[in-house]
Design a protein around this ligand. Structure first.
Ligand SMILES: NC(=O)c1ccc[n+]([C@@H]2O[C@H](COP(=O)([O-])OP(=O)(O)OC[C@H]3O[C@@H](n4cnc5c(N)ncnc54)[C@H](OP(=O)(O)O)[C@@H]3O)[C@@H](O)[C@H]2O)c1
Length: 270
C-alpha cells in the first residue's frame, strides 16, 4: 500500500514495486486524476483522503476492504502548504495529513500489518531537522510558518517511528523512516514569481524514480527485513540530531496524537 500514489515519488514507488511483481494498492484522493502506472501490472486504486480524522478512518476501512493482506505500507502522502488552513477537526492541514494520518492508519491497519509481519516505511524529509514542535500551538497552526510547519510535521514522523518500533518489537512488524533526496515533484509548488523561480530551480533536481529507489529498498531488501526504528538519508544511516531523538517529546506527541485521533492508547499483546 502506497499513500499518495497518484503522482510524484509515490507513483514512482508504486511503479518500481509493480515492475518487481508486487500487487500494488495506491491510496489516492481522486482516482480520475491519478497517473497510470508505467508497469505492465495495473495495480489497484483505492480512494481516500487523509485530511481529517473522519476521512482517514474511511480510507483505512477502504484499504482493509481492498487488501486481504498488507506486506508493506508506505506513508508517502504529504503536503507543504504556503498558508495556514484548518481541517474539519480544527487542526492545521499539514499536521493532520503528514503526521496524524500515518499515526491513525498504523493503528487502524495494525492487525493486518501484524498478520503478515509487514514493513512500514515513513517518508520523512531532510528538513525535519529544522522542525520545532510546540505541542500547544502546532496542532492548530497557531505557530504556522510556510517552511517550518512542513519541517515540523516531518520531525513528528521521525519522533514517532521510535515509538512504533517499540510497540511492534514483538510483532514482526518493522518501521523505518527516510529522507528520499531533493526530488522534482509538485511538492510545495507556489503561485506567483516565487513559484516561477521554484519551477526553474526544480529542473535541476533528481527525478521521482531516483527518490523512489531508497523507499523501495526499505520495502523489499532482504538484508533490511528485521531493521526497525531506524532512519535513513537515502541509503545511508541518517545521523539524527537530538531534537529527533527526544524520547520525552515523542511520548507526549504520541499521547496527544492518540487524543486527537480519539484512539484508546492501549499496549497490545502481540
Ligand atoms: N520532493 C522532494 O524533494 C521531497 C523531499 C523530502 C521528502 N519528500 C517527501 O516525499 C513524499 C512524497 O512527496 P512528493 O515530492 O512526491 O510530493 P507530491 O508530488 O506533491 O505528492 C504528494 C502526494 O500526497 C498526496 N496527498 C496530499 N494530500 C493528501 C490527502 N489529503 N489525502 C491523501 N493523499 C494526499 C497527493 O495526492 P493528490 O495528487 O491528490 O494531491 C500526492 O499524491 C512526501 O512525504 C514528502 O514530504 C519529498
Amino acid at each position: 500500500v502506497v499513500t499518495g500514489g497518484g503522482r510524484g515519488i509515490g507513483l514512482a514507488v508504486a511503479d518500481q514495486l509493480a515492475q518487481e511483481g508486487w500487487q500494488v494498492v495506491r491510496l489516492v484522493r481522486d482516482p480520475g486524476r491519478a497517473q497510470p502506472l508505467a508497469a505492465a501490472a495495473p495495480g489497484q486504486l483505492v480512494q481516500g483522503d487523509l485530511s481529517s480524522r473522519r476521512s482517514t478512518r474511511a480510507a483505512a476501512q477502504a484499504l482493509l476492504d481492498a487488501c486481504p493482506r498488507v506486506d508493506a505500507l508506505v506513508h508517502n502522502a504529504s503536503i507543504w502548504p504556503a498558508k495556514r488552513e484548518r481541517n474539519e477537526d480544527g487542526l492545521e492541514l499539514a499536521f493532520a495529513i503528514n503526521h496524524l494520518a500515518p499515526f491513525l492508519l498504523n493503528h487502524l491497519l495494525e492487525p493486518r500489518l501484524v498478520a503478515s509481519s509487514a514493513r512500514v516505511v515513513q517518508v520523512s524529509a531532510g528538513l525535519a531537522v529544522k522542525g520545532r514542535v510546540d505541542l500547544d500551538r502546532t496542532p492548530t497552526g497557531e505557530d504556522f510558518h510556510p517552511i517550518r510547519t512542513y519541517a515540523t510535521t516531518k520531525l513528528c514522523n521521525l519522533l514517532l517511528v521510535g515509538r512504533f518500533a517499540e510497540r511492534w518489537a514483538e510483532s514482526g512488524v518493522t518501521i523505518t523512516a527516510l529522507h528520499p533526496g531533493v526530488i522534482r515533484t509538485g511538492l510545495g509548488d507556489r503561485s506567483g514569481p516565487l513559484g516561477a523561480l521554484l519551477k526553474l530551480v526544480k529542473r535541476r533536481w533528481a527525478s521521482p524514480a531516483e527518490g523512489a529507489r531508497p523507499v523501495v529498498r526499505l520495502v523489499r531488501d532482504p538484508a533490511l527485513a528485521t531493521v526497525t526504528g531506524r532512519a535513513f538519508d537515502r541509503e545511508a544511516d541518517w545521523q539524527l540530531p537530538a531534537v529527533a531523538l527526544d524520547i520525552a517529546l515523542a511520548a507526549r506527541l504520541w499521547t496527544q496524537a492518540g487524543e486527537l485521533c480519539e484512539l484508546p492508547l492501549t499496549q497490545p499483546a502481540f
